[in-house]
Design a protein around this ligand. Structure first.
Ligand SMILES: Nc1ncnc2c1ncn2[C@@H]1O[C@H](COP(=O)(O)OP(=O)(O)O)[C@@H](O)[C@H]1O
Ligand SMILES: [Mg+2]
Length: 358
């Protein structure tokens, strides 16, 4: 059954897809297996929190290569499991709605033998984390001009999805590929993408609901505090993650190496970029969502005007006062070391929000 023949109401019985952990290793050995009487699995190409990703051949499309994601989460607890299954179905729905040359095409979503699958276009190319590692091995990082071109090519994808009310929520070098054919960036992995659930008034007032329970979304370091602490996302949350991705590609450092204990980004001394460009990046990664660009188009306009800007020096001042920085560092250190970094970071963001330290 093609689940997305009737997209708005996909209801699946709870816990039917209780893929036991052992099943995963079995699945890895299924190269050559026929799925749904149509897809011939070639190999596993990814394994995330929600499931496995396979390279496959579509026998109904002249053995065209395609990508199949299978819902088989590591978490088996009912609540977590159901949440993840919803994220999986959400990815299918999002891809189904979106049509953009830099987003993999949605082909099908189906269940067979009590397993749930999503089929999408195969992108021939490498992820930016692969490209980044390759550069690092040669002792290089991405240059300012490369990142400017790259941002100019990525921002229209974000504008496209945001205009359709979708926030990706998981932008990182892993989830952006470079197509071998067009050399254009392609945005993948809409597994945690979310339909916007805020009003314009809410952004203007910054009246974010504190009782909102965060879901398992985004990557530590790439996701902004409002996403991690409150589970709230705006278009500017994706722009934040894109800005972090840009500084990672520019500096060759991971986010954890670039952020200080008051959670301020310290990236400039790791790379040589013009002040005008650095100022644009700073606006991507501003702490407060209201201080960031409010749309991808706004960021694009700023980037496009770069050449026209006279190269007058810009004074960079710290976003936080010295007193705020001391208090923030004190708070961070007071949280102890028993938690994982992820848990500590989320707790920190929540505490900070409570005490109004930003
Ligand atoms: N459409 C695609 N074309 C080619 N490779 C893909 C595609 N989608 C995913 N991949 C590869 O599979 C990996 C995992 O897929 P992804 O959708 O990011 O899921 P997750 O991060 O949840 O495992 C990606 O990092 C990428 O290397
Ligand atoms: Mg991914």
């Amino acid at each position: 059954m093609d689940l997305l023949d009737c997209p708005p109401t996909i209801t699946l019985p709870h816990n039917r897809f209780s893929a036991p952990i052992q099943k995963i290793s079995h699945q890895e050995k299924i190269s050559g297996a026929l799925l749904n009487n149509r897809y011939v699995i070639q190999k596993v190409i990814g394994r995330g929190g929600i499931g496995l990703t396979y390279l496959a051949l579509d026998s109904h499309r002249f053995n065209d290569v395609c990508v199949i994601k299978e819902f088989s989460p590591v978490f088996q607890e009912t609540e977590q499991f159901n949440k993840l299954r919803d994220l999986f179905i959400r990815e299918a729905k999002i891809l189904y709605q979106l049509e953009h040359p830099q987003i993999p095409k949605f082909y099908a979503c189906f269940e067979t033998e009590e397993r749930l699958f999503l089929v999408q276009e195969y992108i021939q190319g490498k992820s930016y984390s692969q490209l980044f590692q390759e550069k690092l091995k040669q002792g290089q990082t991405f240059s300012e001009s490369e990142i400017i071109v790259w941002l100019r090519n990525v921002l229209p994808i974000l504008e496209h999805i945001h205009q359709r009310g979708i926030v990706h929520r998981d932008i990182s070098p892993d989830n952006i590929m470079e197509s071998e054919t067009g050399k254009l960036p392609i945005l993948i992995d809409f597994g945690v993408g979310q339909q916007l659930n805020f009003s314009t008034q809410e952004i203007r007032d910054n009246s974010i609901n504190q009782s909102h329970t965060p879901t398992l979304v985004g990557k530590i370091g790439y996701a902004p505090w409002e996403q991690l602490a409150l589970g709230k996302c705006f278009p500017s949350s994706d722009l934040y993650s894109l800005g972090v991705t840009a500084i990672v590609l520019l500096t060759g450092k991971q986010p954890a190496e670039l952020i200080d204990y008051s959670l301020e980004w310290q990236w400039r001394h790791h790379t040589k970029v013009s002040d005008a460009f650095a100022q644009i990046i700073e606006q991507f990664i501003a702490y407060n969502p209201q201080q960031r660009y409010q749309s991808a188009q706004e960021a694009l306009t700023a980037l496009n005007s770069l050449n026209m800007t006279s190269a007058k020096p810009i004074y960079f001042k710290s976003y936080f006062s010295q007193k705020q920085k001391i208090e923030k560092t004190k708070l961070f250190n007071s949280l102890g070391t028993s938690d994982t970094i992820t848990a500590k970071f989320i707790k920190y963001c929540q505490e900070e929000y409570k005490f109004g330290l930003f």
